[in-house]
Write a protein that binds this ligand. Structure first.
Ligand code: ZN
Ligand code: ZN
Length: 408
């Protein structure tokens, strides 16, 4: 198959599997400038599916860097709230949302960390209302990726620019199931397998998960009325969408106050252009009380100081070590890919959808049940072929869930 044919299939999968776009529905698309060829494929498929209007917002790495080099220092606490309000208005009016990822993960690596964290914080605050409509599944939404030259160069520094991009495309097409005979049928089968896992785990009603492995002995209490999710979701507008392409995880909400013990990261975490390696943290009563890293430790500490919820967990996810993304052996420096290569935890904001009745419960009710609140949500990998997971019942008895990184 030619590259153009595979790109067209990715566009089809994004619109029909990722979004499940409905006739008459509006679409808001965001993408890096390099991804225009995919933007055009998606836009065509969206109109063929009956989209009323497709609006694309492009981002440009060079323009983003120009801000750090030339904008006044005092301007980094500002974010375009007007733009995010407009997005929220579009979603409230029924528009679907598609993001094309692939931005250079190291773009801001050499910029002033104080400016980066202030800009991130201002953006998080301004974006929150629109983001909540997305994460609470008021609308159908999805994320797919584009192999940009900058991202490919970071992953394959020893290859020529052309070879690096080709290799990253192969990995993206494989992980997105574009290389199967019938990608849409392959996604239906994959969703059925993920749903079988969530049904099984939801019936177990575990009180906690216990992770053990090299440097890890961590008990993750689960929130009251936690729900396991994974794969396709039915949004509140009734449309079934696949929010992440690819996706290999099943995930739920930990209890913000019942996480104890030690845990060590099993893959580097790429955050804001910095690589944070060999993270080792100690939890006490749900809170990170000690955190070290062999590289990027100051960035890690800055992140943990964002707010009180930044030191507590908002997600725990199980991914088998044999997942196709893990089997690729690649480090993508991109959460959408790397989090689907290993079991992981996320510090920060919990997902309301991962709690029974969570999307309609009050903030106080959710906090009482153990759901965490924060401006951040950062996933980092704690699973590997050497990590075991037990399910712990309320009576303290336990059973194996994963052994040597695989489902039991
Ligand atoms: Zn996750
Ligand atoms: Zn996450």
């Amino acid at each position: 198959m030619t590259h153009e044919a595979r790109l067209d299939l990715l566009g089809q999968v994004a619109v029909n599997v990722g979004l499940g776009l409905r006739p008459g529905q509006e679409l808001v698309l965001t993408a890096p400038l390099d991804a225009v060829p995919l933007v055009r494929r998606i836009t065509e498929h969206a109109y063929k599916a009956g989209a009323s209007l497709v609006t694309t917002l492009l981002s440009d790495d060079q323009a983003a860097l120009a801000r750090y080099q030339h904008a006044p220092t005092e301007a980094f606490d500002y974010a375009p709230a007007w733009l995010f309000k407009g997005m929220a208005e579009a979603y409230s009016g029924g528009a679907a949302r598609l993001a094309i990822g692939g931005d250079n993960p190291a773009l801001l690596a050499d910029q002033d960390p104080d400016k980066v964290s202030r800009a991130n914080r201002a953006r998080s605050v301004a974006y929150r209302p629109a983001l909540e409509l997305i994460t609470n599944f008021d609308i159908n939404w999805s994320i797919v990726s584009y192999a940009t030259p900058a991202w490919a160069a970071l992953m394959f520094p020893d290859l020529s620019a052309e070879a690096a991009v080709a290799k990253l495309w192969d990995a993206i097409f494989a992980a997105s199931r574009i290389d199967r005979d019938d990608p849409v049928a392959a996604w239906a089968e994959h969703n059925a397998a993920l749903h079988a896992r969530t049904t099984h785990l939801n019936a177990k009603r575990y009180d906690a998960l216990h992770f053990t492995g090299p440097g890890t002995d961590l008990r993750v209490g689960l929130s009251e009325g936690h729900l396991w999710l994974g794969g396709a979701e039915r949004a509140k507008n009734g449309i079934v969408c696949n929010p992440n392409i690819p996706s290999e995880e099943v995930f739920t909400t930990p209890h913000l106050a019942h996480v104890d013990g030690l845990v060590r990261s099993t893959k580097p975490l790429s955050y804001g252009g910095t690589l944070i390696q060999d993270i080792a943290v100690r939890f006490q009563d749900g809170r990170i009380v000690d955190a070290t890293a062999s590289a990027g430790q100051s960035v890690l500490h800055k992140v943990l100081d964002t707010d009180d919820g930044a030191r507590r967990l908002g997600e725990v996810a199980l991914v088998p070590n044999s997942s196709p993304i893990s089997a690729s052996g690649l480090l993508f420096y991109n959460t959408l890919y790397d989090e689907n290569a290993a079991s992981h935890i996320a510090i920060g904001q919990a997902y309301r959808t991962c709690l029974e009745g969570g999307t309609t419960a009050s903030d106080e009710e959710l906090a009482r049940r153990g759901a965490n609140t924060s401006l951040i949500h950062i996933d980092w990998m704690i699973g590997s072929g050497q990590v075991d997971v037990d399910g712990v019942r309320t009576d303290g008895s336990r059973e194996p869930v994963m052994r040597a990184g695989e489902w039991v």
